[in-house]
Design a protein around this ligand. Structure first.
Ligand code: H79
Length: 434
């Protein structure tokens, strides 16, 4: 019988809840055609056609240290790399397949280089591993009738032995949990239709993972991927319950709670443009200021943000992404205290922005000008020890400018000559309570 150990759980989740901000990296053969990571399925490419990218793959600029440094400079605390995506191509030296990076021209184990570089920057390291496999002969290609993988001409084998596939998949998970040192996160993707839970032999899989990596944090996609939050939320945790909920390309409107209304741990994974894998034509990047706001939104709702980059075929993170990371990093250097270790403020979201909280610090993120002094609501005037600009430590004096004759109970911050420009993110007030 499985018993959920709350103490153990809280202990292993501690660093992760404090971290709040991580980098997702989608990278593989699909960087060469440069039309996103779903290309083989969406364009129904037969195996032979996709193999051309396997023969060509030679990311001469690959530099795991550069990726890790970009993440650290952006203020991210952990990095998750696609060890294997749905196309089945392994960025690690699996002994169970030939379809791996060590068998390409470059002959490198990118997962090995990655984990070492990420740890070298003092960051936590995670591996993404998909449960699907479009390369393996025994993977049953599926889908509801509207799904592009239904009757996909690229996958024609009929005599599949799914158990065979599961053994293969479990063997590979054992490899990544054995050969690459301590992993902080295992990010499984994804369950669908009736392919969930024990269909993946999930209890056995998680037992194995935990025996090899006792402290690893696992997402909830062995159970669910967007169809509800999983069994931890339902109050009846299965042995393979996820450690965190994994909303994709969305930020939950009210954070995420279990059946008893208790806050759950969650992480929104988000792309910078509209693709996970490198897409040469997709220049529709969100501005850095918007992504900073989204990060603050996640934290203010008690969650993490995992922000994606899709390096190109040579191994470079796209210049647009580097610029965004740089901008976010500049902001994080000044304002990280309002992110790390922070969570919900427990007060109503103000019109002009959002609030995060850590202990007796309320961090007011002010995104737009109010007319006149900014009303800071959600606490009493008598409770305030002081107000500072988070970035500089400059005092916002406790003075008459706080008092508005019509609203004697509300604290107003007089930002004086520093206007908050439209779309600005750099006015963060640190309200210290007694
Ligand atoms: O790895 C990223 C995605 O490739 C993966 N999860 C994130 C983290 C993912 N796999 N499946 N899904 C997400 C959901 C299915 C999306 C699809 Fe489609 C909609 C598949 C087909 C239609 C988007 C549009 C992808 C291809 C076409």
């Amino acid at each position: 019988m499985y018993r959920f150990d709350r103490t153990e759980y809280d202990k292993r989740m501690e660093w992760y809840k404090d971290a709040r901000f991580g980098m997702f990296i989608h990278w593989g053969l699909y960087a060469i055609p440069a039309r996103g990571e779903w290309i083989r399925s969406v364009e129904e490419l037969p195996k032979e056609e996709y193999m051309k990218y396997f023969r060509e793959f030679n990311p001469v600029d690959f530099d795991a240290k550069a990726w890790a440094k970009a993440a650290r400079d952006a203020g991210m605390k952990y990095v998750v790399l696609t060890a294997k995506h749905h196309d089945g191509f392994c960025l690690f030296d699996s002994k169970y397949t030939d379809f791996k990076s060590t068998n390409t021209k470059c002959g490198r184990d990118f997962v090995l280089e990655f984990v070492e570089a990420v740890r070298g920057e003092g960051l936590r390291v995670g591996l993404y591993f998909t449960l699907l496999d479009w390369y393996h002969e025994d993977y049953p290609h599926y889908g509801d009738k509207n799904h592009p993988m239904r009757n996909n001409k690229a996958y024609t084998n009929e005599n599949r032995n799914f158990d065979n596939y599961l053994t293969y998949m479990h063997n590979q998970v054992r490899e990544i949990c054995t050969n690459y040192g301590k992993l902080d996160i295992l990010w499984f993707d994804f369950s669908y239709d009736d392919m969930r839970g024990e269909k993946w032999r999930a209890t056995e899989l998680v037992d194995m993972v935990r025996s090899l990596q006792p402290e690893v944090i696992i997402d909830n996609r062995l159970e669910v991927s967007g169809e509800g939050y999983g069994s931890l939320a339902s109050g009846n945790p299965m042995p393979y319950h996820g450690d965190f909920v994994s909303p994709e390309q969305m930020i939950p409107p009210n954070g995420i709670q279990d059946v008893n209304g208790e806050d759950l741990v969650w992480e929104s994974c988000v792309t910078m443009n509209n693709n996970w894998g490198y897409c040469a034509e997709d220049h529709y990047f969100k501005p850095a200021s918007m992504l900073i706001k989204k990060l603050v939104e996640c934290v203010s709702k008690g969650g993490n943000m995992l922000l994606n980059v899709g390096p190109d075929a040579k191994g470079n993170i796209p210049i647009e992404s580097m610029e965004i990371l740089y901008e976010i990093g500049r902001w994080m250097k000044k304002n990280k205290e309002s992110i790390y270790g922070c969570s919900k403020a427990g007060i109503e979201k103000p019109d002009f922005g959002r609030v995060t909280r850590k202990g007796n610090h309320l961090y007011f993120h002010i995104y737009e000008n109010t007319i006149g002094p900014v009303p800071l609501q959600g606490f009493k005037k008598e409770e305030v020890k002081g107000i500072r600009y988070l970035a500089t430590g400059a005092e916002i004096p406790i003075s008459d400018s706080w008092v508005h004759s019509d609203y004697p109970d509300i604290v107003f911050a007089n930002l004086g000559p520093d206007p908050v420009l439209l779309d600005a993110v750099d006015t963060v007030l640190d309200v210290v309570l007694k």
